[in-house]
Design a protein around this ligand. Structure first.
Ligand SMILES: C[S@@+](CC[C@H](N)C(=O)[O-])C[C@H]1O[C@@H](n2cnc3c(N)ncnc32)[C@H](O)[C@@H]1O
Length: 211
């Protein structure tokens, strides 16, 4: 799992990045989705995306997480103006320290391709979403152009794999794009009598555990 370089870290806390988040990334990622309630952001970096959403939607609260403690510190600074509406904490997306069904919305921007065990991260996100909750974001996929640019890594999501992974989970998902793939998935309501779904079972299966 990669830590951000110092250069990337500086860029991600800049005003230009905040502007790009507001004008380009979030409109593209969210489409018609209007986040409300409790938001979890995974791999949030500087927290720029959540900060924009909190500024826009007064009824939103956010838990902003990242694996890298230095990014968590940046996010804490960026989110300070929002007071009790936002908290930033260290968390690995593959083992989220939250109970099942805790969040209304989960956001993941440009981070899943950094997570070697991204299938487990997906299962974890679905576990912490409430039924009817939504998972939105985008990821860089290992297409030919991405390889030619030297950005591909062995564990990166390959074309088609994200759609396949969502199909294994209790979500209804839309996936579009190529090198930059965006997704929007809604967690299904548990069928009466269904023994699993909103538990750690999918994450355990993704890790190869038998029970
Ligand atoms: C390219 S940055 C994206 C930051 C932010 N989402 C944005 O759009 O500005 C990727 C982030 O994912 C984080 N990350 C990588 N692996 C992670 C993991 N397993 N769990 C949580 N965060 C992770 C990195 O520390 C980094 O901050």
């Amino acid at each position: 799992m990669a830590s951000m370089s110092n250069v990337l870290r500086s860029v991600s806390v800049s005003g230009v990045y905040r502007l790009a988040a507001r004008r380009i990334v979030l409109p593209w990622v969210l489409g018609q989705v209007r986040p409300a309630g409790s938001l979890l952001e995974i791999g949030a970096g500087s927290g720029a995306m959540s900060a924009e959403l909190l500024a826009r939607h007064g009824d939103l609260t956010a838990v902003v997480t990242d694996f890298d403690p230095r990014m968590v510190e940046s996010a804490q600074r960026v989110l300070a103006p929002f007071g009790a509406r936002a908290t930033a904490r260290q968390a690995d997306a593959t083992a989220l320290p939250f109970e099942d069904g805790r969040f209304d919305v989960v956001l993941s921007c440009g981070m899943l391709h950094h997570v070697g065990d991204w299938r487990t991260a997906l299962a974890e996100v679905v576990r912490v979403l409430r039924p009817g909750g939504r998972f939105v974001g985008y990821v860089i996929v290992r297409t030919r152009p991405v390889e030619l640019l030297g950005l591909g890594t062995a564990t990166m999501i390959r074309p088609g794999e994200l759609r396949e992974a969502f199909a294994e989970l209790p979500v209804t998902a839309g996936v579009s794009g190529s090198s930059l793939t965006r997704f929007s998935a809604v967690k299904r309501w548990r069928r009466p009598g269904s023994p699993v779904s909103a538990s750690r079972a999918p994450a355990r299966r993704a890790r190869g555990c038998s029970r």
